[in-house]
Design a protein around this ligand. Structure first.
Ligand code: HEM
Length: 65
């Protein structure tokens, strides 16, 4: 993780996310609203991306499942 830059988002392999949290992040530009651009995807595409991300997020975390 020493290669991580400020503009990098969280590593979602290790962080579990719910569909609602991913949708929130997509609509608002992350949780802080400062770096991640809002609405990279919208409407049904945003729903599909949120479902995909929440399905796999956290899969490398020992706390997953
Ligand atoms: C459709 C594309 C994207 C999805 C689904 C997505 C998803 C997420 C989620 C779920 C979080 C919140 C994680 C948490 O704190 O639990 C997040 C945060 C973040 N994302 Fe993204 N992201 C996307 C595109 C981007 C892009 C293009 C950038 C950078 C140019 C970016 C940068 C960040 C950063 C820096 C954070 C952490 C800081 C903050 O919450 O404001 N993301 N993202």
């Amino acid at each position: 993780m020493s290669q991580k830059e400020r503009t990098d988002g969280p590593d979602l392999d290790f962080r579990k996310e719910s569909v609602q949290d991913v949708l929130f992040a997509i609509r608002n530009g992350g949780f802080s609203g400062s770096i991640m651009p809002a609405n990279v995807v919208v409407g049904p595409d945003a729903q599909k991306v949120a479902a995909f991300v929440s399905q796999y997020a956290g899969s490398k975390s020992s706390a997953a499942k």
